[in-house]
Design a protein around this ligand. Sequence first.
Ligand code: IMP
Ligand code: MG
Length: 182
Amino acid sequence: MKNDIAYTLVSEEEIDATVTRIAAEIDRDYPDRSKGLLLLCILKGSVVFMGDLMKKIKVPVEIDCMKVSSYGCGTESTGQIHISLDLIRPDINKCDLLIIEDIIDSGVTLSHLTKYLKLKGAKSVKTCTFLDKPTRRKVDFTPDYCGAEIPDEFVIGYGLDYAEKYRALPFVGVLKPEVYTK
Ligand code: IMP
Ligand code: MG
């Protein structure tokens, strides 16, 4: 598995500092501690980031999950999203939602999902991504919180997978292209 990785893009130390910084930004922006904030984890890639982030946020949070995919297979976006686990909450009109995503690529997933959750009646919807590849955009989308902008490389680790592998790596690495082109 180590031989599949070309180099480390975000180290464990950099991840920790980044998550600390984002948590402080969220605490700053949601100052009313009596009102809950709903962190919405987009499965499966965001599980690790969400787990780290929720421990560092001081504002009281609730959590929920959705499963949404835009990648059919391989490393290219299909341009459409598929919701295989929906958010079902009768109190959605009272929820300040913060969508937690692992990485933004074309922007299709978060752009569709934000509109969908607003249509469902959420009180507010904001987005937080650990990584962003802005040069890959197919639709105009800017997240409210972003850990780091990265170049157009396929990355794995810290929740991110290729063919369901590498999610448990504690750092973000760039996969050697021969791993997904062979
Ligand atoms: P988008 O809809 O094109 O923005 O796709 C975002 C989703 O694609 C992410 O939630 C990931 O699941 C997946 N994705 C995009 N780039 C990468 C990558 O470099 N490694 C692993 N998954 C990726
Ligand atoms: Mg994802």
